[in-house]
Design a protein around this ligand. Structure first.
Ligand code: NAP
Length: 286
């Protein structure tokens, strides 16, 4: 048996195992399983040993390891190095290669809805791995301006500096909260609003989403976050993180297996798993 690991901590509410195992079954890849390997940051050595074991053929990496794991891998793709975060690990000739499929997943979630970000003014709440992936994808797609709004200023500064090196003509701003009301695309790339803290939003109190805006929450659990509910209340368009999750997972699946990802199977498995997860915490919230 070969294994694909999901590395993160905690991993209780991830739908990736259901989605990836459904894809493996649909493609008749019977001798491989995708399993959670929940290890806290202080267990990095164990994590790398698990990745180097011969039965491991790759991995996904999630919060909180996406950035800290970089230094422990043998190689990085150009994209992972630029974004500064790894969410997918491939093994080639025993080497651990860090890649990033979040940027693809993010952009694909916009593309399938025919949303064109070219020339757009974009506000991104957050400055972690997901924010970096979204920002690099948007810069690549010719967004006009990106404003980072993050709790920790140093993280926004570091991300904006890195983006500026690669895209010197892109307009960038940091913690310009006024710009939020004049943005066409408003992205939640923080973990605020994730289950079980479903009544929280990273947007400022009393913020009214402009009607012309599209609110995109990268959080997928719950599907209707407070951020998205507020956007809809104000007449803005709202999309959740599930499509991004499916597309980043599909790209990772293709990199690991060399086979075309069965998108419909993956979507159905993700939706079913998410519904089951929501049933486990919904009664506790009442
Ligand atoms: P990360 O690198 O750990 O970054 C977390 C971000 O959230 C940071 O900007 C952090 O701010 C901010 N944050 C956390 N708690 C906060 C709070 N109480 N108040 C204000 N800001 C807070 O994580 P990540 O990988 O970027 O992931 C961020 C979110 O995106 C997660 O919810 C994750 O599930 C989601 N995501 C979704 C997909 C998808 O496929 N849909 C893919 C990737 C990520 P500081 O810098 O101040 O700590």
């Amino acid at each position: 048996m070969k294994y694909l690991y999901l590395l993160g901590y905690p991993l209780g509410h991830s739908v990736s195992p259901a989605m990836q195992n459904a894809a493996l079954r649909a493609c008749d890849i019977r001798a491989t399983r995708y399993v959670k390997n929940p290890l806290p940051p202080e267990k990095m050595r164990e994590m790398i040993l698990a990745l180097r074991a011969p039965h491991c053929i790759g991995a996904n990496v999630t919060v909180p390891h996406k950035q800290t794991i970089l230094a422990h891998l043998d190689e990085l793709t150009d994209l992972a190095r630029e974004i500064g975060a790894v969410n997918t690990i491939l093994k080639k000739d025993g080497k651990l290669i860090g890649d990033n499929t979040d940027a693809y997943g993010f952009m694909q979630a916009l593309r399938v809805r025919h949303i064109n970000s070219q020339g757009a003014r974009v506000s991104i709440l957050g400055a972690g791995g997901a924010a970096a992936a979204a920002a690099f994808a948007l810069a690549q797609a010719d967004a006009a301006e990106i404003i980072f709004l993050n709790r920790t200023l140093a993280r926004s500064v570091e991300l904006a500096d890195r983006l500026n090196k690669k895209f010197p003509y892109l307009a960038l701003a940091i913690n310009d909260w006024e710009a939020l009301a004049e943005s066409q695309l408003i992205i939640n790339a923080t973990s605020v609003g994730m289950a079980p803290r479903v009544n929280e939003s990273p947007a400022p109190k009393n913020f009214a989403f402009p009607k012309h805006a599209l609110a995109f929450d990268l959080v997928y659990n719950p599907p209707a976050t407070q951020f998205l509910r507020d956007a809809k209340r104000d007449g803005a368009r709202a999309i959740g993180g599930l499509e991004m999750l499916i597309y980043q997972g599909a790209r990772a699946f293709e990199l690991w297996t060399g086979q075309r990802a069965p998108l419909r199977v993956m979507r159905n498995a993700a939706v079913t798993a998410l519904q089951e997860i929501m049933q486990t915490y919904a009664p506790k919230l009442k």
